[in-house]
Design a protein around this ligand. Sequence first.
Ligand SMILES: C[S@@+](CC[C@H](N)C(=O)[O-])C[C@H]1O[C@@H](n2cnc3c(N)ncnc32)[C@H](O)[C@@H]1O
Length: 357
Amino acid sequence: MALRPLERLSTRARFALAQGARVGWYGTQSVMSSRLVSRWEKEVPEEDRKRAQTDRPVPNRGALLEDVRDLMRRDLANVEAGLYPMPRDEQGGLSGAIERARLYFDDLPQVVRRRHTKSHRELDEAVAPRPDYYQQNFHFQTDGWMSEHSARLYDTQVETLFLGAAAAMRRQALVPIARELATRDQRGCSFVDVACGTGSFLRTVNRAFPRLTTVGVELSEAYAVHARHTIGRRPRTGTIVADAEGLPLADASVDFATAIYLFHELPPEVRTRVARELARAIAPGGLFVFVDSLQFGDRPTHDGLLELFPQLFHEPYYRNYLVADLEAVFRDAGFAVEASETAFLSKVTTFRRLPAL
Ligand SMILES: C[S@@+](CC[C@H](N)C(=O)[O-])C[C@H]1O[C@@H](n2cnc3c(N)ncnc32)[C@H](O)[C@@H]1O
């Protein structure tokens, strides 16, 4: 429904204030952390220093902020078009944000140390068995994905990396789902967020489509517990600790699925198995919305940034991801590509599950 002029003005003002504050908050943390990291790196002996290098183009901070503005304009247009509600940050207000920033900055020296000593297997032995590829300090973060401490600082780490635009990039996955739900009854539909992490996108889905039955699947028990806290107690939603290679979901039982920032963290053979598993669980005609990093060539002006990323953050499968033919992986699993577009440093691809032959 079209907004009246005053309503539109108020929507735009609230959006600009909230998203401007968000980008300012995380952008400031990004600048502060870059400065701190450069200072600490001067103390690393020259021969041990790992310099990140690329010959490909790297956009400067001004260009990245212009990208963020473009994304926010798109996000606002989606809100104004009624595709999803005004975004809301619900993570404990200012004191919660300050506490998370403290955790993030406390962990930063460890991240830098791991990067320069190439340490990416510093995990607590008490962690329950998980696939070997998974048992690493992704992002050089303390405990990898496997502790409550890691879950508490994850969102700040990701938002700082993306200058406060991570949630807006994820929200672009709501668009194809909203369009589809315009002609369907939410009450008869189900949604799964595979590798739901700390649950921030699942909470967004629950706000946008409150009658949908939703579930988050997550391999990290600590993150699944955190996600449960994020989504709160409400009917028709929850999280399950499980491996995306063996989703605890019946065949053809899902109408909508997402996997956000999962595939770049998977070895190639696991990507194929997870794609097949998604195809098994999603009903013919159902949608899978993929949101993940850009790949080489998606935005050639940003290719250098993609090449630098795994040098700065531990991402063992990312180089392969950058050149992988992902559409072929999903086509082979039984999906057809419906649409693909970039959103700042991510791409959002919508796949439709084809009927079995
Ligand atoms: C980069 S995080 C992305 C989390 C979340 N989707 C987001 O948007 O921030 C990757 C997540 O994938 C989870 N993960 C990795 N491999 C998995 C697997 N095989 N099955 C389920 N979750 C997995 C990790 O535990 C982690 O929470």
